[in-house]
Ligand binder design. Structure first.
Ligand SMILES: Nc1ncnc2c1ncn2[C@@H]1O[C@H](COP(=O)(O)OP(=O)(O)O)[C@@H](O)[C@H]1O
Ligand SMILES: [Mg+2]
Length: 332
């Protein structure tokens, strides 16, 4: 996004909203490159309309997905505007949206994302507490707010397992399918409890603002699913990216808020670690890796460490690949 494009987009959006020609001022534009999929720009926006004077730090998010009724844009917008959610969770305020341009203009939260902090047990607990608040909301409260999107996929777990199966089918090594069959078998006796899942709950998507309040961003993957998907995903991602184990304090904070026992979380961790590692098998089997941003491949080693921890099986090819990147496997 260039400054001129940003200007055009914002003018078009505000004019559409107000129905009159609008002059605006934009300064201090920064493009955020830490996100993975979308274009994010932060800047100061000011304009005057009649007696109204708007002058704020804002974030413009342009979604790369196709605009349709269940797009990531629509999903995130609906969640950010949900009054049921806002009662329990801090999210950025939406100033404007434009569904033709696929953009949202929202409040810039002043603070730092959790990955930038030197995290202590206190903050891991807080990170868990916030997820507890999200999961605690009775999904019935969302019915009115979420009428125009579909957050509920029937049989989410089965669909998830089927997708994994379709992936693993293509691998030359049959051992992966055997492990997946074993895992699938274990899930047959699991009792599910569905809640609103954030869907991508990791340190980069939560900001600690200047008042020490945690504000949750990036709701594009929100869905109604078993509560352990969010928990396991968060733990697997936290370890793969940052090499830290924050399970105990995070779950401590989470349970303090929900007051509910967490059962069979390891099974979900096994599932998500299976997913996170097998996504990378094509690399190990020789596909082009030049598009990989983080060339250190340490994150791949960690995904493998978790995989071995939960599935109890080592793979020579994976270890040879890691070795070629200068990395050695140790059991964790
Ligand atoms: N409202 C906001 N206030 C402050 N920073 C934001 C805001 N929205 C996004 N960011 C910054 O941009 C990054 C990427 O935004 P995010 O919504 O997570 O998009 P992506 O889907 O690309 O990850 C965040 O990790 C955060 O650093
Ligand atoms: Mg994000």
């Amino acid at each position: 996004m260039r400054n001129n494009d940003i200007r055009k987009m914002v003018i078009q959006m505000i004019e559409k909203h107000s129905g009159i020609k609008q002059d605006i001022e934009i300064s201090n534009v920064t493009i955020n490159n830490t996100g993975f999929n979308n274009n994010i720009a932060t800047f100061h926006l000011s304009y005057r309309r009649g007696d109204e004077y708007f002058s704020k730090e804002v974030v413009l998010k342009k979604y790369t997905s196709e605009p349709n009724y269940n797009s990531t844009y629509r999903k995130e917008l609906t969640v950010l505007k949900s009054n049921a959610l806002k009662k329990f969770v801090n999210v950025p305020c939406v100033y404007y949206e434009d569904d033709e341009q696929n953009i949202i203009l929202m409040e810039k939260i002043q603070g730092v994302t959790f990955d930038q902090l030197l995290l202590s047990n206190f903050q891991y607990r807080q990170f868990g507490e916030v997820l507890g608040y999200i999961h605690n909301i009775d999904t019935k409260f969302f019915l009115d707010d979420f009428l125009n999107i579909n957050l509920k996929q029937d049989n989410y777990l089965n669909v998830y397992l089927t997708n994994l199966r379709n992936r693993v089918k293509l691998f030359s090594d049959q051992e992966y399918m055997k492990l997946l069959n074993k895992l699938t078998e274990q899930f047959t006796t699991i009792e599910c409890r569905e809640v609103l899942n954030h869907g991508d709950y990791h340190f980069l998507n939560v900001i600690l603002d200047n008042n020490k309040k945690a504000v949750v961003l990036d709701w594009e993957k929100a869905k109604i699913a078993d509560y352990r998907f969010d928990l396991a995903n968060s733990l697997i991602m936290g370890y793969s990216w940052f090499g830290i184990d924050f399970k105990e304090p995070m779950l401590g904070g989470y349970q303090k808020i929900t007051g509910k026992k967490i059962k069979d979380l390891e099974l979900f961790e096994a599932l998500l670690s299976f997913d996170s590692f097998t996504k990378m098998i094509p690399l190990i089997e020789g596909s082009d890796d030049s598009h990989i941003r983080d060339r250190s491949f340490k994150w791949l080693l960690r995904r493998y460490e978790l995989f071995v921890k939960y599935h109890g099986k080592r793979f020579k090819k994976a270890e040879e690949f890691l070795y070629s990147k200068g990395l050695y496997f140790h059991e964790i």
